[in-house]
Design a protein around this ligand. Structure first.
Ligand SMILES: [Zn+2]
Length: 323
């Protein structure tokens, strides 16, 4: 009899990663599919079925020893009822779709779905930087700013199952308009779009190192703003300092509200840690109650691009985490 295994699925904007995970949480093999090739839930599940068969035959692991499949879905997802609500980057077929039930029927497996950030947070919480703490906070920085909260040893899901939208906390009521329609959300202040907007304005004002780099590379990205900051560009350094201050402000309120032991920061923008962390930490030292900030450590995420697959596998392995 072969060893038992689990499948974790990380459904991103560009790629769908399907990974076989061993009982001791090693990613044994992963298959990468293009998200654009599977626009409907039916096509997505069909692709998962094929990927599971390939993993099973290539790893010589039997289907009967497969515990189940857990998937992180990019958008508002009701994990309790297994329904996908709004997936902003996917067609209307996904809205209000009973995905879990459909997956279980087509794959003949126990399946679980959850919001992608919750799944990444679950991975980091149990296997990464969160080190299984009872009270912690996860925030991902990128085009979107997502989050998840662990309180009293459980992932907080909320009454409608959509809790943890840390990116939509309003930090500046007169700030820029957010994708959600409100003004001054954290995401509108520190997401990729905001970084690029600030960089573009800085370049227009002054011909700096950042302007020269942008002209050479032909595009303006957060990575380029980091490069410019590393080369001593004052306007690029200011963009990261402002990002750190806004993030620090948002986290300060959360520290007072939730008193987390750990705050784990991941996502592409966290690569600029050395440029924004000093401003963030200065605010975190200054604003929250000392008793709260003194018991809180801020860390970078550890699992990198494996967090989604491992978190997906954990959805199956730790069903008890569900409220
Ligand atoms: Zn918003």
């Amino acid at each position: 009899m072969s060893k038992s295994w689990t499948v974790g699925v990380d459904f991103g904007a560009t790629n769908i990663k399907v990974g076989a995970v061993s009982d001791d949480f090693k990613v044994l093999k992963e298959i990468v599919l293009s998200s654009r090739r599977y626009p409907t839930p039916e096509a997505f599940v069909e692709a998962l079925k094929d990927a599971v068969s390939v993993l099973s035959s290539e790893l010589l692991l039997s289907r009967s020893s497969l515990r189940g499949l857990g998937a992180g879905i990019p958008g508002l997802t009701d994990s309790k009822h297994g329904i996908t609500h709004i997936l902003v980057n996917m067609p209307a077929e996904w809205h209000g779709f009973a995905l879990r039930k459909f997956m279980e029927k087509k794959l003949g497996l126990m399946c679980e779905i959850d919001n992608d950030v919750n799944v990444v947070a679950l991975g980091e919480w149990k296997l990464g930087a969160g080190s299984n703490t009872n009270d912690s906070l996860y925030i991902t920085l990128g085009t979107g700013v997502g989050g998840a909260v662990v309180a009293n040893g459980r992932l907080v899901r909320g009454a409608a199952g959509v809790a943890g939208e840390l990116g939509h906390m309003i930090i500046k009521p007169d700030g820029p308009v957010c994708g959600c329609g409100n003004r001054g959300c954290l995401e509108a202040l520190i997401g990729t779009t905001a970084i690029i907007r600030k960089a573009r304005a800085a370049i227009r004002r002054k011909k700096t190192i950042m302007a020269r780099l942008a002209a050479t590379k032909g595009s303006l990205t957060p990575a380029l703003v980091s490069l410019a900051a590393g080369a001593g560009d004052a306007s690029a350094k200011k963009i990261w300092a402002e990002l750190g201050a806004d993030l620090g402000l948002a986290l300060s309120s959360l520290v007072n509200v939730l008193n987390p032991e750990k705050i784990v920061i991941g996502g592409g923008i966290s690569g600029a840690w050395r440029y924004f962390a000093p401003a963030m930490m200065a605010i975190l030292k200054k604003i929250p109650f000392k008793v709260s900030s003194g018991s809180c450590t801020v860390l970078r995420a550890k699992l990198g691009d494996k967090a989604g697959i491992l978190g997906g596998a954990l959805l199956i392995r730790e069903k008890s985490c569900r409220i």
